[in-house]
Design a binder for this molecule. Structure first.
Ligand code: FAD
Length: 393
């Protein structure tokens, strides 16, 4: 099979390039024929997950000592980019497990890592990450879910909003206040398992896009969580776990935006090459070529920034969080713009479900909202800029 040439310039290992080829092959075979129906019926991609599991792909996202391939964050970026080129909904459902795993990776005990990360790496368990609440979306410090210590357990009460994989997942990393007087610094992260008494889920949200990825509320009513399920066994460290999680997950979200934009761009190329108006294929109009050129340039800019953010995050670079925010902001806005132009180039046909661009356009919008809106990314970038400005003489 031909090598995925777009990856060759980034010094990726042969192993990672082979993995990329395998992911693409499975996406072509398993996602392309099913994505429209899954979207229409809001069906969770269990069968696609089974194929990914069969091929050992969940392991790509985890460290070797927990049954993973140890390919690092760059592998997660490549994974997200390729899968999202085919379906952002499938990628969102898969990435939510990794998002659930990240607080455990960053702050969990060895025992917690062995128990949960191994189950995620084998594809045996699905995860969900529960930070947002009805009144605490961008305003994470305003969260109100509480965890009160009672003997050797914590009693959790609260509602988590917009939780990807809620109801489907086996494991939930839930952020709750263990010391209200400390505000967000009194937040802790707990591992909650499906089946624990008092854990229930809201209605399936009827979404505009990424409809095969299920989103529901997670409702906690006197859920008794054993103290060994407190991530890292130390209370009031949740804020750090959440910050580390979002800094390291954002390059992969940016990559999913690059992937979706690439998918839209390819659809636009296919369509404009065959659509004839005024006696020629519309790709021959210079205005159309300019639109395609803008799309290609924006995608490549977003990809380069995303790969840099991933490299910085992997190296623990001091500006890793800033670059993650920059990549997430740039790539998600690029995805929305490229999806818009790609649909425009399909004319009226793009407005129907007969062409994949209609779904891609609907899917794209979530990228500027979840894991921190574009405005929040810019707030974070702005905070770094203020520091830089203060350091100038
Ligand atoms: C499909 C989907 C899946 C999701 N999956 C998960 C998940 O798995 N786990 C999870 O924890 N969360 C998840 N989320 C939640 C997501 O991260 C939040 O929706 C997002 O952070 C925005 O919060 P909000 O919806 O409350 O909007 P708000 O915070 O109310 O924002 C509304 C608007 O105000 C703007 N705004 C708010 N504050 C500021 C400010 N300080 N400066 C400038 N502008 C501001 C925002 O940018 C936005 O435009 C998901 C959301 C969706 C829709």
């Amino acid at each position: 099979m031909e090598r995925d040439k777009s990856l060759l310039d980034f010094n990726l290992s042969d192993e990672l390039i082979e993995i990329a080829e395998l992911i693409r092959e499975i996406c072509e075979k398993e996602i392309v024929p099913r994505r429209a129906e899954l979207d229409e019926k809001e069906e969770y991609p269990f069968e696609i997950f089974a194929k990914f599991k069969e091929a050992g792909l969940p392991a790509v996202l985890y460290d070797e000592q927990y049954g993973g391939m140890g390919a690092g964050l760059f592998a997660a970026v490549i994974f997200a980019e390729i899968v999202s080129e085919y379906c952002l909904g499938v990628n969102t459902a898969i990435s939510a497990t990794k998002l659930c795993a990240l607080p455990i990776e960053h702050g969990g005990t060895e025992e917690q890592k062995k128990k949960y990360l191994s189950a995620f790496a084998s594809g045996e368990k699905i995860g969900a990450f529960c930070l947002s609440e009805p009144n605490a979306g961008s305003d994470v410090p305003n969260l109100s879910t509480v965890a009160i210590k009672k003997g050797d357990r914590y009693i959790l009460n609260g509602v988590k909003q917009w939780i990807t994989n809620a109801g489907v997942a086996d494991v939930y990393t839930v952020f709750a206040l263990t010391d209200k007087s400390k505000g967000p610094r009194g937040m802790s992260c707990f591992i909650v398992e499906k089946g624990m008494k008092g854990l229930s889920f809201g209605k399936l949200e009827n979404k505009m896009g990424i409809r095969c990825s299920h989103t529901r509320q997670v409702i906690l009513e006197d859920v008794e969580v054993p103290e060994e399920n407190l991530v890292g066994l130390k209370p009031n460290r949740g804020f750090i776990h959440a910050f580390q999680t979002l800094s390291s997950s954002r390059p992969a979200v940016a990559a999913s935006a690059v992937g979706l934009a690439t998918g839209c761009y390819k659809e636009a190329l296919k369509y404009t090459r065959q659509r004839e108006q005024f006696g020629k294929n519309i790709i021959n109009f210079q205005v159309v070529q300019h639109m395609l050129a803008d799309m290609a340039v924006r995608i490549e800019q977003a990809r380069l920034l995303t790969y840099r953010a991933a490299k910085y995050a992997m190296a623990g670079h001091p500006e890793a969080a800033k670059y993650s925010a920059m990549a997430k902001y740039a790539a998600s806005e690029t995805a929305v713009a490229v999806a818009n132009d790609a649909l425009q180039l399909h004319g009226g046909y793009g407005f129907t479900k007969d062409y994949p661009i209609e779904k891609m356009y609907r899917d794209a919008k979530i990228l500027t909202i979840y894991e921190g809106t574009s405005q929040i990314q810019k707030n974070e970038i702005g905070a770094y800029i203020i520091k830089e400005a203060a350091a100038l003489r």
